[in-house]
Design a protein around this ligand. Structure first.
Ligand SMILES: Nc1nc2c(ncn2[C@@H]2O[C@H](COP(=O)(O)OP(=O)(O)OP(=O)(O)O)[C@@H](O)[C@H]2O)c(=O)[nH]1
Ligand SMILES: [Mg+2]
Length: 422
């Protein structure tokens, strides 16, 4: 009997766990035919059905791979379609020898928006396929976004010479035949002065909680840890996840100059590895990738292999406009500014039409952004349009408006509207 074989092969599985897996298999074996019919219909309509399944998918893949069960059809059906969210997390906790309730809290269920193509052919994957989330954490301006862009080979996250450029967690996916790394580029850790900062720091904490591996990135040219770097280190220190210390901007100094800094950081928290890199030139990046890949958990990809990110195009367009503002305006203006894409129309004949709203905090800032006779806004539009066209790979017509939204950085409703929900 299939069940008997299953038991014999898995004497190391706790009886409770074994029972739950078997129950899942039996239930879903019966439901498989119905499920297949429903999914085929849905797929025909939507082409790709994205499900928020990754946690259970990951767990079941690992568990069922171990069992080497002959229920291949059932297994793939389970892996791709079973809607068991909390149950799977609890099972995973049991496997890891952890308290399920504490583990659920730690994982912040629902935190990471993850997707999976339901009919992914898991049998086509190598058995030692690895995948996981890697959060890049650090003080502002240390080069986190530059690093992610370099690894992805595409400018996904905006980069400027000024601190606190990144405001949202930006997800970038690096895939090859044997692994998938989902990078989380995070805002630089700062002491919150506005509600906006608090929301940004929540994104950092969420990223630490969601990650399988942490990259603590520091600017190797700093003579000593800054206040913000210590804040970032505290967050890493509170987590027990594997962490690598990434020394960036090594193109600017001699290697031995960074030693005192390394000692100070490693004196606070044990790092699995110290990796000197230059995110700008790419030096040391192969070593970093090797170190990350070695530590990724076994499991199937979270996203289709050709997917680079999960944010909509509108997000990147607004970010490119914000980057242009950072590059063209001084002092407080970029920090008081938020950008939102109001309209994005793809046109069959002619250029795509994009209408963006730029919010500032005071009328005086609006005046500076628009400039005499609208010249400053026109130049800003030209610079942003170039960036957007490079990103989209097609010509666009960009229209910009400036509006005053007093104190938006401290207003919950407005922040929610601009995508800083949660
Ligand atoms: N020389 C040198 N400059 C670098 C390197 N990496 C990043 N930079 C520069 O450092 C500045 C900040 O880079 P970002 O990638 O925006 O830094 P970040 O950590 O994402 O900054 P925030 O988003 O503000 O937290 C930019 O001017 C980069 O060009 C590097 O390896 N060498
Ligand atoms: Mg950044």
């Amino acid at each position: 009997m299939a069940t008997h074989r299953f038991r014999q092969r898995q004497p190391f599985l706790p009886p409770g766990l074994r029972f739950r897996i078997l129950r899942l298999i039996r239930i879903h074996h019966r439901q498989r035919r119905i499920l297949t019919q429903i999914l085929t219909q849905i797929q025909a309509q939507t082409q790709i059905l994205h499900l928020r399944l990754h946690c259970r998918l990951h767990l079941l893949h690992r568990l069922l791979h171990q069992t080497q069960t002959r229920h291949q059809g059932t297994r793939s059906s389970l892996l791709s379609r079973v809607p068991v969210r909390r149950g799977a997390q609890r099972l995973r906790a049991l496997c890891l020898g952890k308290n399920p309730s504490a583990y659920l809290r730690e994982r912040e269920l629902g935190g990471v928006p993850c997707r999976m193509e339901p009919l992914l052919d898991l049998h086509a994957l190598p058995p030692d396929h690895r995948s996981g989330y890697v959060a890049i954490i650090g003080a502002p301006n240390v080069g986190k976004s530059t690093l992610m862009n370099h690894i992805l080979g595409r400018k996904l996250s905006i980069v400027t010479a000024r601190p606190s450029t990144t405001r949202n967690r930006v997800l970038g996916i690096h895939s090859d035949d044997v692994s998938q790394i989902v990078f989380l580029d995070t805002p630089g850790v700062v002491r919150p002065r506005y509600l906006l900062h608090e929301k940004m720091m929540r994104d950092v904490d969420r990223s630490v909680a969601d990650a399988d591996i942490l990259l603590f990135m520091v600017d190797a040219t700093e003579p000593a840890p800054t206040h913000d770097a210590r804040g970032a280190l505290d967050r890493i220190d509170r987590s027990t996840k594997p962490a690598l210390l990434v020394l960036n901007k090594m193109d600017l100094i001699l290697p031995e100059k960074a030693l005192p800094l390394v000692e100070q950081y490693t004196g606070v928290r044990a790092f699995e590895e110290v990796v000197p890199v230059s995110a700008k030139t790419g030096k040391g990046m192969d070593v970093l990738m090797e170190q990350v890949k070695q530590r990724l958990p076994l499991g199937p990809p979270y996203y289709p292999k050709d997917q680079l990110s999960e944010h909509p195009e509108r997000f990147f367009i607004a970010e490119i406009v914000r980057e242009a503002i950072f590059n063209r305006f001084r002092e407080e203006i970029p920090y008081s500014t938020q950008v939102m894409v109001v309209t994005y129309e793809t046109r069959q004949a002619g250029k795509d039409f994009i209408d963006c709203e730029i919010m500032v905090e005071r009328d005086a800032q609006k005046g500076i952004l628009i400039g005499k006779g609208g010249k400053a806004l026109k130049n800003l539009g030209a610079a942003a349009r170039k960036g957007i066209e490079e990103f989209l790979g097609k010509p666009v017509y960009l229209q910009l408006h400036v509006k005053t939204r007093s104190g938006w950085r401290n207003k919950e409703g407005m922040l929610r509207n601009y995508g800083f929900g949660r």
